[in-house]
Design a binder for this molecule. Structure first.
Ligand SMILES: Cc1cc2nc3c(=O)[nH]c(=O)nc-3n(C[C@H](O)[C@H](O)[C@H](O)COP(=O)(O)OP(=O)(O)OC[C@H]3O[C@@H](n4cnc5c(N)ncnc54)[C@H](O)[C@@H]3O)c2cc1C
Length: 437
C-alpha cells in the first residue's frame, strides 16, 4: 500500500511512526515544505533565548526516516489533491500516487498588514528557521517590540527577554492572553511580567513600522513613537488548507474530520493544526492547535488507514505557559472566547499576589478552569473536565484546594464507566475493584 503524508511535524511524524510500527511493508512517503529533521515547534522559543540548541529540540533522531524506511520529499509544497486519480501535485510539477493520504499541513503565521512590515527586522515565529533568524538578527538589537499577547507573542517576549533584550509587548485588547484569562487573571500575569522588566502597552495597535530599510521604530495608534530595532508579529495564524481546493473535502476554518480522523472524501485523512475535530466539552468541532492533539490525531489517522477502528479520546483544550517562572494553565471553557449559559464562576485568590484559581461550573460538572501560580492540580482537573465527571460529592473539596487524585478516587469510582480508552483500562479496573469493596 502507498501511503502519502503531507506535513513533517507532530501529526505527520507521529502518523509515519505509527504506520511503520504496525505495518512493516507499506510504502510511506512524507512530503514537507520545511527541510528539517523532526523538531518540536513548542520549543523554538528556546532557540531564540539560547537555552536550547537544535539537537535539544528534536523529538525524533535525525535518522528517523532512514531507520523506519520512510521516503522523504522535503523542501517542496503539495499544491493540489486529485481524489479521483488518487494523486497529489507538487510545486515541482511532479505527481505522486497514493492509496491513502494524510493531510497534516498545520498552520502558518500571518502578518497583520501594517505599513512597513516588509522591512528588515520584522519576523514571525513558527519554524526553527524563524527562530534561528530572530536569534541571529537580535545580535544588533537593543529593544524589540512584540505584537500580540497570545501564546506565540508571549513566548517571543520571554525568549527575547531571556536573551537580554529590552522587550515591549503591544496588545490591542484590554489584557494579555485575552482568549483565556479574565481581567483579574490577566492583571496578575501582566504585573508579574512588568515586575520582571517587560513593558506592556494595552488597547493599542501599531499603525506603522518605521525605518528606511531596517526597523528603527514603530508608531502606535495613539501616535506614540517607540524606538526599536526588531518587531515580532505574533498575532495570528491561518490554517494551511488551500491545497484541498476543489476536492470536495468538507472544511470550515479547518478541515472537518470525524472521530477516526477521516475527511469527507474516501481515503483522505487529516490531523493536527489543520483540522477541526471533536471537543467534547465544547460539543462542537473546534481547532485545538495543540501538540498533544496533533500527536493523537496522527496516531488515530494512521491506525485507521491500516484498517483498525481507532477513535479519538474525549478531550478539550488545555494551554500551559510559563511566564518567566509564573505558570499559567487554562482548560476547557473559560468564558473568554464563548458565552457559557447557566455557568457559575468561582475564583479563589491565593495568599500571595501571584496565585489564583478559577473554576467554571455548569450544573455538577466543571467545564473549564484557570490556574495561575499553583498548577499542581491541573492533571486531575483536566480529567474531570474532559470526562465531564459529575463532581457533586466533591465540589467543596475542589473549591478548598484540598484535593488530588487520591481524594478524587470516590468520584472517579462513581464514574468508572467513563474510563474507556486503551490507556485507561487499568484505572477502570482499579476503580471498579474499589467500588465493589
Ligand atoms: C512558537 C510556538 C509555540 C508553541 N507552543 C506550544 C506548547 O507549548 N504546547 C502545545 O501543545 N502546543 C504548542 N504550539 C502548537 C504546536 O506546535 C502545534 O499544535 C503543532 O506543531 C501542530 O503540529 P502539526 O503537525 O499539525 O502542524 P505543524 O507543526 O504546523 O506542521 C505542518 C507541516 O506541514 C508542512 N506543510 C504545510 N503546508 C504544506 C504543503 N502544502 N506542502 C508540503 N508541506 C506543507 C509545514 O512546512 C510543516 O512542516 C506552539 C506553536 C508555536 C508556533
Amino acid at each position: 500500500m502507498e501511503i502519502v503524508i503531507i506535513g513533517n511535524h507532530c501529526a505527520g511524524v507521529t502518523a509515519a511512526e505509527t504506520l511503520r510500527k504496525l505495518d512493516k511493508s507499506c510504502r510511506i512517503t512524507v512530503i514537507s515544505r520545511e527541510d528539517t529533521p523532526p523538531y518540536s515547534r513548542c520549543l523554538v522559543n528556546y532557540i531564540i533565548s539560547g537555552k536550547k540548541k537544535i539537537d535539544d529540540i528534536l523529538f525524533r533522531p535525525v535518522d528517523f526516516y532512514k531507520t523506519n524506511s520512510i521516503n522523504t520529499i522535503f523542501g517542496v509544497e503539495a499544491t493540489n489533491i486529485y481524489p479521483e486519480s488518487k494523486e497529489i501535485l507538487l510545486n515541482t510539477q511532479v505527481k505522486i500516487k497514493y492509496d491513502k493520504l494524510l493531510v497534516a499541513t498545520g498552520a502558518s503565521p500571518v502578518l497583520s498588514g501594517v505599513e512597513g512590515e516588509n522591512k528588515d527586522g520584522v519576523f514571525v515565529l513558527r519554524t526553527m528557521e524563524d527562530a534561528l533568524k530572530i536569534r541571529k538578527y537580535s545580535e544588533n538589537v537593543a529593544t524589540a517590540v512584540v505584537l500580540g499577547g497570545g501564546l506565540v507573542g508571549i513566548k517571543a517576549v520571554t525568549a527575547l527577554f531571556e536573551l537580554g533584550k529590552k522587550v515591549k509587548l503591544i496588545v490591542s485588547s484590554s489584557g494579555i492572553l485575552s482568549q483565556n484569562l479574565d481581567a483579574d487573571e490577566a492583571e496578575i500575569a501582566e504585573n508579574y511580567l512588568i515586575s520582571n522588566g517587560i513593558d506592556i502597552i494595552k488597547r493599542t495597535s501599531v499603525s506603522k513600522i518605521l525605518g528606511s530599510e531596517k526597523v528603527e521604530g514603530v508608531k502606535t495608534s495613539t501616535g506614540e513613537i517607540i524606538d526599536c530595532q526588531m518587531v515580532i508579529v505574533g498575532k495570528g495564524v491561518e490554517v494551511n488548507k488551500s491545497l484541498i481546493g476543489e476536492t470536495g473535502i468538507e472544511a470550515g476554518q479547518g478541515i472537518i474530520v470525524d472521530d477516526h480522523c477521516r475527511t469527507s472524501v474516501p481515503d483522505i485523512y487529516a490531523a493536527g493544526d489543520v483540522v477541526q475535530s471533536a471537543d467534547n466539552v465544547r460539543k462542537s468541532a473546534w481547532i485545538n492547535a495543540l501538540w498533544p492533539f496533533a500527536a493523537e490525531e496522527g496516531r488515530v489517522a494512521a491506525e485507521n488507514m491500516l484498517g483498525k477502528d481507532s477513535v479519538l479520546r474525549q478531550r478539550t483544550s488545555m494551554n500551559s505557559l510559563n511566564l518567566l517562572g509564573l505558570p499559567v494553565i487554562t482548560c476547557g471553557l473559560t468564558g473568554m472566547r464563548e458565552k457559557i449559559t447557566d455557568a457559575e464562576k468561582v475564583t479563589i485568590k491565593g495568599k500571595d499576589k501571584t496565585t489564583m484559581k478559577r473554576f467554571v461550573f455548569k450544573g455538577n460538572k466543571i467545564v473549564g478552569f484557570v490556574l495561575i501560580g499553583d498548577i499542581r492540580d491541573a492533571g486531575v482537573l483536566n480529567t474531570i473536565v474532559r470526562k465531564e465527571i459529575d463532581i457533586s460529592g466533591a465540589k467543596d473539596s475542589i473549591l478548598s484546594g484540598r484535593f488530588d487524585f487520591a481524594s478524587m478516587l470516590p468520584v472517579f469510582m462513581d464514574n468508572c464507566e467513563k474510563f474507556n480508552d486503551d490507556t485507561e483500562k487499568e484505572f477502570k479496573q482499579i476503580f471498579k475493584t474499589y467500588k465493589n469493596k
